[in-house]
Design a protein. Structure first.
Length: 274
């Protein structure tokens, strides 16, 4: 049983991401929580304000309306759906919720297709959630519409990998009977031997159909997106680790950047969650 936390700002894009998540994971045996994390400006410099009662009431009321719209968008479905309005940034609220005995297993967020300045602002919440390392994150682009996944692209940066890291991916691949395309990401001109990594993935994926591919170049994000498009992939997966190969190659979080640039849902797994 999975507890899926869906962070929402009550936008149409967030509604689409929520509907996608419920269809992807399914209502049987799973629970879903809509989260709206709200913030108010500090009253004094360097001093966080107490929760604003008016903001809290507005958040709760709008979240109830948003939940109603979500159920209307899923006729015939009866998800176990709860709502939570909480003061603070999304990543900090999620960190607190994770400590609960029935805390979430994954966070779902919508991403926006916008211009560069807007992307920096609107994508900051998703990027912060990914880089926090708290939980896996499923980033759903505005244009994504749910289709049962048949092919999933997994980017491998050559770092250590454990079964627990892949838990969410393994569950999705098993029930959807998806093929997993494992893409070894290597620095340009690097003739790295991937046979050991292949053996590891063979053990972890078992009977799940999977194939191996390699990409390199100056712009790995473009290469991964092109491969995903050419292969007809329904989902991309990356493993976020603190300063892994991908991040070192670009001096920033590639997982977060991919979440803002990919045109298919991106599942960001966390290596060794904090």
């Amino acid at each position: 049983m999975a507890h899926v936390l869906i962070a929402t700002d009550m936008s149409a894009n967030a509604l689409n991401a929520a509907a996608y998540a419920i269809q992807l994971f399914g209502v049987e045996g799973n629970s879903f929580t809509l989260l709206n994390a709200f913030q108010t400006p500090p009253a004094l410099p360097d001093q966080p304000p107490p929760p604003n009662e008016l903001a809290a009431r507005i958040s709760a009321e709008e979240l109830d309306l948003h939940a109603g719209k979500l159920l209307e968008a899923l006729p015939g479905a009866s998800p176990d759906l709860a709502t939570v309005s909480a003061y603070g940034s999304v990543d900090m609220v999620v960190r607190d919720l994770r400590e609960d005995a029935h805390g979430p297993d994954i966070v779902v967020m919508g991403t926006h297709s916008v211009s560069a300045p807007e992307r920096l602002f609107l994508g900051s919440t998703t990027a912060a959630m990914i880089k926090s390392g708290v939980l896996p994150v499923l980033a759903v682009p505005a244009e994504a519409r749910y289709e049962e996944p048949r092919r999933i692209v997994l980017a491998d940066d050559g770092g250590p990998i454990e079964r627990a890291d892949l838990a969410v991916l393994l569950d999705i691949a098993r029930w959807s009977r998806s093929e997993v395309m494992i893409v070894h990401v290597v620095a340009e001109g690097d003739g790295a031997d991937t046979s050991s990594a292949n053996d590891t993935f063979d053990q972890l994926l078992g009977a799940i159909p999977h194939t191996y591919h390699t990409v390199s170049g100056e712009d790995i994000m473009v290469a991964l997106n092109e491969l995903a498009g050419q292969s007809g992939a329904d989902m991309a997966v990356v493993i976020h680790r603190q300063r892994g190969l991908l991040d070192r190659m670009f001096h920033h979080s590639v997982a977060a950047d991919l979440a803002l640039h990919t045109h298919i849902p991106l599942l960001v797994l966390q290596h060794g969650k904090e």
